[in-house]
Write a protein that binds this ligand. Sequence first.
Ligand code: MG
Ligand code: MG
Length: 268
Amino acid sequence: MAVARRKQRRTVTLKSARELALMREAGRIVARVHQVLREAIRPGVSTAELDALAESVIRDHGAIPSFKGYHGFPATICASINEELVHGIPRPDRILKEGDIISIDVGAIYKGYHGDSAWTYPVGEIGEEAQRLLDVTREALFAGIAQVRPDRRLLDYSRAVQEYVESRGFHVVRLYTGHGIGRSMHEPPEVLNYVNPAHPDSKRRFLVGMTVALEPMVNVGTWETRTLADGWTVVSADGSLSAHFEHTVAVTPEGPRILTTLDEDERE
Ligand code: MG
Ligand code: MG
């Protein structure tokens, strides 16, 4: 789940080793949900089935879905298909088809701490452009994560993501941003996926102990978006395909530590 840019409290909380250990557990549970859903995604499956599966994995691990009830969101996952980029509501009548792409965003709370991660998956065989969009958005996330070091500023992350995406001819969504995360799913700072030096958080440094959810959303045809009449589902303004990749990352003295993986040395 992403937040639209807005004014908010500006204090960034730095996490202790104990808090980071709990966030690592929350992140591992989120990664396990992705592993289970990756196996389950195929033509003929409904997004409501994926949602039920995700909720059972989270609860089996003694955790709570972060999204369910958040500002009234009715489900455990956001399931967003093709031109939908985020906040798609799972439904029994949304059936995956061969060639679709589906973005799954999921968060879990473990002992009071959140993990948050999104991934876009192919449904069966997908087209060349769709595959390129997935590859570019995923690699843009990792180009950004490489900037998560105590000697860099948030702006360095934003620039790395935007340059990676635009040099490959796609467009970075502007309205939704990454965010601090911890006891709350959305904490300061806001982490933009495009360069805006005027944003108050852009000049902040990545501080050791800071935990951020980094989440580029990329459209094929335009950076602009609109929200559907259900009040939740966000789509690309021109109906072109959209992808979303997100990890929760801690800043350490050595650089980024991804919290939302099963194994520390894995990328997903
Ligand atoms: Mg998310
Ligand atoms: Mg998020």
